[in-house]
Design a protein. Structure first.
Length: 444
């Protein structure tokens, strides 16, 4: 029974006025915005036509923000309004600023009139007979009889990578030994044994890098499976090649158990518009194995689109969840947005912030908040790199990925980073991304 049908029916009432969503920016973000508007930052190029993290072959976490903020109108023309906001959202997430990433994400959404929002909230308030169970435990139980599990993410939400990371140890105990990641570089210059810019573009996001480091430490075999010719292939061709690359694991290791981490609807088991065959369905067709598919994108704060955003808010107003959960009706899992694309839908609670940072950055206790006081004037961005990675890279961070980074300070003027126990080198950078000084620290 589709108990959420009324919520989806209300979609027809939605107005599609493209009014930008606005919210006050962090002082540090406003400072960067003002700086970029008044000054050409070091490294700025007015000829740049694609936002990128890799100017001159090195990672630079402020570089795309410089250009997106200084040349907003140009990039809105290049990407479209929605494309621009999506891109900027992802680059704020790369920089460790989850709250601003969400603010920019919803700027690209359509808006919903108050009357329709009220109807959605009223419908949600009348929902009954729904049980919620811990998502991590439920997935662990389901995984006992599965060979392949597929879970998705939204690019601008490192929370999704943090949740996948939380599954790794439990799944490893169940015999899962392969982690296939769409984000991994699948070309000849890939680096899977050491996390750096050659590991994958999206692997340069710090939580993604932690996901990869954790999988490696547990003994997972990392598998890149992206279509290397995705830029010229159709969507179906791309997904079919992804599916074949994953199936190749099973052909080599007939007892393999695989966790696949993909983006958005690649893990759908239903054909899409115009006959599109998503990766999960293509994999099922060629392997005969029905993967367990788990969506995280629809029922995370701000969702993927305006409709989902209001449904999420209305649902959490009715059920104020405090942990990542699966909704059950009569003991069976249901998708809150009434989609039948996936087997399970994870409902993530709203993010709790402390000192401007999401508390889920502690990765279920693997890391702790560590306050850093600037030891020099003019600091804008503070980054923590694993000391052993820095030493192994000729004491240079140019192509390495920080464990965590932030330009947000707390009330005492400290930068709060989330770090595992271990030794780190802290890099203090100014607003031009120039290194001012470094500091070695140990987290106990």
């Amino acid at each position: 029974m589709r108990i959420f049908h009324k919520l989806l029916f209300l979609f027809g009432w939605l107005l599609a006025a493209a009014t930008a969503y606005s919210q006050e920016l962090f002082p540090a973000v406003q400072r960067l915005k003002n700086y970029c508007e008044l000054t050409a930052p070091v490294g700025y190029s007015p000829r740049l036509s694609v936002l990128t993290l890799f100017p001159k072959g090195n990672v630079h976490y402020l570089f795309p923000l410089y250009h997106g903020l200084r040349d907003e109108q140009k990039f809105r023309r290049i990407y479209s309004d929605k494309g621009y906001y999506d891109e900027m959202s992802q680059y704020f997430a790369f920089a460790g600023d989850y709250e601003t990433a969400l603010q920019y994400l919803v700027k690209g959404y359509d808006t919903i009139d108050n009357a329709t929002s009220h109807k959605i909230y009223k419908t949600a308030s009348n929902l009954k007979n729904i049980e919620h169970v811990n998502a991590r435990r439920y997935i662990h139980l389901e995984a006992r009889t599965r060979r392949v599990i597929m879970i998705n993410e939204a690019f601008a939400k490192p929370l999704h990578r943090a949740f996948t990371l939380s599954l790794l140890a439990d799944l490893h105990r169940l015999g899962f030994r392969y982690l296939a990641l769409e984000m991994l570089n699948n070309f000849h210059d890939s680096s899977l044994s050491h996390v750096n810019i050659h590991t994958g573009y999206y692997a340069c996001e710090p939580v993604a890098a932690e996901l990869i480091r954790t999988a490696d430490s547990l003994g997972y075999t990392l598998v890149p499976y992206e279509d290397t010719a995705a830029g010229i292939h159709t969507a179906t061709q791309r997904d079919s090649i992804q599916a074949a690359n994953i199936y190749a694991i099973l052909k080599k290791d007939t007892a393999a158990k695989i966790l696949v981490h993909a983006s958005f609807t690649h893990i759908s088991k239903k054909p899409g518009p115009d006959g599109f065959i998503p990766m999960a369905l293509a994999f099922k067709n060629i392997s005969g194995i029905d993967p367990l598919t788990i969506d995280q994108t629809d029922m995370t704060e701000e969702s993927n689109f305006a409709y989902g955003r209001i449904i999420y808010q209305a649902y959490l107003a009715k059920f104020p969840l405090t942990e990542s959960s699966i909704a059950l009706v009569d003991g069976n899992p249901v998708n809150v947005t009434d989609k039948d694309l996936y087997d399970l839908c994870v409902i993530h609670p709203p993010t709790q912030y402390k000192d401007g940072r999401p508390t889920w950055l502690n990765l279920d206790g693997l890391r702790q908040a560590f306050a850093i006081k600037p030891i020099i004037e003019g600091v804008y961005l503070t980054q923590a790199y694993y000391l052993n990675e820095i030493i192994g890279n000729d004491n240079a961070p140019w192509q390495l990925i920080p464990a965590d980074q932030t330009y947000i300070t707390n009330g005492a003027g400290n930068y709060v980073l989330y770090l595992r126990k271990g030794k780190y080198r802290i890099y203090f950078r100014d607003i031009n991304y120039q290194i001012l000084t470094t500091l070695n620290v140990e987290v106990n």
